[in-house]
Every structure is written in C-alpha cells, then in structure tokens.
Design a protein around this ligand. Structure first.
Ligand code: MLT
Length: 387
C-alpha cells in the first residue's frame, strides 16, 4: 500500500479547533462556547432572499461554471468597498481566506522559509509544514513586543504571514508598525501574506484596515480576507485574495499571472449562490447588517472583558477576540478549570504557539447574553484565579 506522506509527521496529530470540538463533545453539561470564532447571528434576510431566488433560478436556467476568479460585479463591489487604491482586476473571489492560505503557497513551491507570528492562527503553520516548507519560523509576538514582530531582528524569510487584527491576540497593527514592516520586506526581500479577515472590527480610525494603506505595500504584499465573520458567511463560504499587478518576482515577471493559473487549475471559483449573496452583502442593506453584527460582537467582547476585570486582557476593542493571561496556571490548566468550574469552552493559548503559554483566547462571537451574565455572576472566578 502507499506510504504515508512524511509531512504529516510534522504536524500535531489533531488540528487545534478539532481538539477543542472533541473536548466539548465529552462535556457532561451545557457549555458556554467561547472557543471557535463562529458566528451567532443569522444571515441578514436580504441576503437569504437572494440565495433562495438564485437557488430557484438554478432549476429554471442552466447556470454552469462561472469565472474562476469570481463574478465581475462582486470583484468590483469588494474593490470599491475595501480597496479604493486598487482595481477590480486585482481581486480574486474565493471560498474563504483559509482555503486561500493553502492555495497561495502553491505559488512558491517547497523548501521555503515561512515566518509566522507566535502565537499564530495554526492554519498558516500547518499548511506550510504540509506543503513542504523548509522551515516554519515562529516570531515571538508577546507582551514585550506589543504583540507585533520584532522588525529589527527578523531572520531570513521567504514569506511572512501576518494577521491584523490578530487571531488570537486581538492586537491590531498600527500604521507605524506596518510601515516599518513594509520597509523591512523591501530590504530583506520577503513577501508578506496579510490576513485582514478581522479588519471590519477595527474601530480606531488611526489603525490601517488593509496593508495597501501603506505606501509600497502593493509591491511586496498579498492580502486575504473573508465574508465569514462580518457578514455571517462561515457556512456559505466566501472570501477573496488581492494580488496587485505591481507585485513582481525577482526576475520582474508579475506574480498575478501564476496566481490566475493556480486558481484555474485548482479551483473553479466559489459557488454562484455564495457570490450572489456576497453582492447583496456589499450593497447598502448588507452593509447596514454588517455594522449591526460588528457592533454586537464587539459589545459581547466588551462585556466579556468586564467579566475578567483584574486580569491582564488584550484585544476586544478592534477585534472580536480576547487574549487573557492566567498568572497561576498554564493554558491547558486554565482551559480545564474554566470548563470544569464554569462550563466555559475557551481555546488554550499554547495551542497557538509557545508564546501563547499561560493565556487563553475567548471569542466575542458567542451568544453573550447567557455567557456574560453567567460569568459576571460568578465573582469568585477572579478570587480563585488572581490570588
Ligand atoms: C478561529 O476561531 O480562530 C477561527 O474562527 C477559525 C477559522 O476562521 O478558521
């Protein structure tokens, strides 16, 4: 029989979120699920209606393959809402940012040095290891470094994955930090893959929502993003990548042509239903619903933050995630404690990397009314853990 691919040996046997899901299945009581960042608000009716219409249309007309890079109308809507500095031709609609993380790395082949933030969303590191990276280099992003990479001491890299607002720490990169990073990418000749999946949560107008707000970024960065969290598309699946025309290889050939080749070869574009929904999501009525959803999730995060007063908590202001330090326990102990004592399902920070040890991540996507009230009532949580 065929041998197992050795790259699987490079991974933890179980994907982090699956491990948490399995823990939840064995719990004997009802849980307050503050773990995975999955939505808790339904799809806006304006979007659902279009999905229903489109589904019926499929029974009346032949709707075959669409353009692999997505419907022009949707690319235009993404560009005009998020990227005034770019053209619709530089947007590629996909079935989600997570899927793009894997596919994008096909552009660069095996044997690359991939930098990730530590703690990191595990999809960057896991896909890099699976796809044959020579090395995944974990760059500490901790309290000391204000949860950003230490730009002055960057190692040699081919690619750096950077997520802002960050999953899991909730920290949003400043304009100054990104400007320095873009400068470093030029000097040290690495490419940035910038994950902006949580950019809609940024409230502080001083903070950049896209890497392309930084001068020169079009020459060294790809951006990925998603309809999942802001528009409630985690189940529908819809996202996009941005590969600017100005982004070139060392030999000066444009990168976008190869990205189009990969998309055509590995993907036929997202479902027509999801795309029609995406067009409505970016219309006036959809954007109004997005505003309400973001406000709701951020207000959940705020209430949760209040529940953990006295703790060292980051995130929650420009991000749906809270990153909480437990001085008396390691991450898994804190996870087990919250689960056993309070029925709270969290994500242990160490699951996101070494620098996450001692932290847990909580998600503001939860149905806060029950969860926050529950935590707030249990004042002894502070007494137990902060002693
Ligand atoms: C998370 O909880 O980190 C995310 O929801 C997972 C994902 O988007 O894949």
């Amino acid at each position: 029989m065929i041998e197992r691919h050795p790259n699987f040996e490079r991974l933890e046997p179980t994907y982090l979120f699956q491990k948490i899901h399995e823990k939840a299945q064995t719990a004997k009581k009802e849980l307050l699920d503050l773990s995975i960042g999955d939505i808790s608000l339904p799809l806006d009716p304006s979007i659902a209606e279009v999905l229903a219409e489109e589904a019926l249309r499929l029974s009346k007309e032949i709707v075959g393959y669409g353009p692999s890079r997505g419907y022009a109308k949707l690319r235009e809507a993404v560009q005009s809402h998020y990227y005034p500095m770019l053209s619709p031709d530089e947007i590629y609609i996909s079935d989600g940012a997570k899927c793009d993380v894997g596919r994008l790395q096909l552009l660069f082949g095996t044997g690359r040095k991939i930098g990730v933030q530590d703690p990191t969303y595990p999809v960057y590191s896991d896909t890099a290891l699976l796809l044959g990276a020579q090395e995944v280099i974990y760059l500490p992003c901790n309290r000391k470094s204000e949860y950003f990479v230490d730009i002055k001491n960057l190692p040699d890299l081919d690619i750096l994955f950077l997520c802002s607002p960050n999953n899991p720490t909730g920290a949003a990169a400043t304009r100054e930090q990104l400007t320095e990073l873009v400068k470093a990418a030029y000097e040290k000749e690495f490419l940035i893959i910038y994950d902006a999946a949580y950019a809609d949560f940024i409230q502080n107008p001083e903070l950049p929502k896209s890497i392309y707000e930084i001068e020169g970024a079009q020459n060294i960065a790809i951006e990925i993003s998603s309809f999942s969290k802001s528009f409630g598309f985690t189940g529908l699946r819809l996202g996009w990548s941005v590969v600017p025309k100005a982004l070139k290889y060392k030999n000066n050939a444009p990168l976008y042509k190869d990205w189009e080749r990969i998309i055509q070869t590995f993907f036929n574009g997202p479902s027509c239903l999801a795309q029609k929904g995406g067009i409505v999501a970016l219309s006036e009525v959809g954007l109004k619903a997005k505003k309400t959803a973001i406000e709701t999730y951020l207000s959940n995060a705020k209430r949760l933050k209040e529940s953990f007063r006295g703790f060292e908590v980051s995130g929650g202001d420009n991000s749906p995630y809270l990153w909480i330090y437990f001085p008396q326990m390691n991450s898994w102990e804190a996870f087990e404690f919250l689960l056993a004592e309070y029925g709270i399902l969290s994500i242990p920070g160490s699951g996101f990397g070494k620098e996450g040890e001692g932290f847990i991540r909580l998600s503001g996507f939860s149905k806060w009314c029950t969860s926050c009230a529950f935590i707030l009532e249990k004042k002894e949580i502070q007494e137990c853990l902060l002693l």
